[in-house]
Design a protein around this ligand. Sequence first.
Ligand SMILES: C[S@@+](CC[C@H](N)C(=O)[O-])C[C@H]1O[C@@H](n2cnc3c(N)ncnc32)[C@H](O)[C@@H]1O
Length: 295
Amino acid sequence: MQRTPNWSLQQLPEMDSQQFHQWQSLLEARTGVCVNDQRKVFLQTSLCARMRELQISDYQAYYEHVTDGPTGAIEWSALIDKLTVRETSFMRHRPSFDCVSRHLQSLLKTRPIDRPLQLWSVGCASGEEAYSLAIISEQSLLSQPAEQRPGYGIWATDISLKALEQGRAGQFSAGRLGGLTELERSKWLHLSDSGQYQILPALRERICFTRLNILELAQAPIRDLDIIFCQNLLIYFRRWRRRDLLNLLAKRLAPGGMLVIGLGEIVDWNNPLLERLPDERVQAYVRRDTHESLE
Ligand SMILES: C[S@@+](CC[C@H](N)C(=O)[O-])C[C@H]1O[C@@H](n2cnc3c(N)ncnc32)[C@H](O)[C@@H]1O
């Protein structure tokens, strides 16, 4: 592949419509993320950031590199870190987390102690959402008598390896703490000498960060969830794909489990396994207490 000398000094090349279409299609086929014409600049800037690192100035040459066998697959995984929007924060939509808290407390009333709670943050980005779920779980469990508290575990999945690495590290700047109350912050995070907030080990050890492309959900052995939390991921997908994925996620819930998506992320969607919660502040669905799976 040809490298361009002094590339960092050159202007970003303008992407023509055929090149845009080619990259748009590749991204959607591999991740589900649909970049419309208004976001062309985002696609171009993200691609250029990676091409600049590799000193490549030609979109076509880079496309061929990315789609070329095993080396292409490695490069794709680096590129995806640039192409994904990973904006997030703690307790990003507080009403949704309050809803999880109420649901967990009601589940705990009848929960056998030997059945741990299982939660899943789908499209977890750098982990703020998963850690928020951990805080909510801890608080819900504390509301129960000690002898009636089961354990709990959280899956945190994302397509971006860089995001997962940040999640595992559990270090955040003050700007990411978002909707945490002062009490939650002081109880679960420790301000380190570097000025970063570090998640306490008691929370970190509850979370399993692992790579999962949501389009490959069928291969994931994650099931019988009490809570599936999937916000600000499906918004980048076409409507038909949102429905398909939500139908698959519904099957991963345990009876009585709850699926929480972002408010307004889908309209006119029903699934016979689920019942929507009558609460306008959130978009949450509870799986009926039946063991049929509709596979
Ligand atoms: C905007 S962030 C949302 C983070 C968090 N859920 C929230 O609401 O704050 C979207 C995340 O989805 C991830 N993502 C995009 N496409 C994906 C895919 N096909 N499979 C899994 N994760 C994906 C991105 O890497 C990114 O971290």
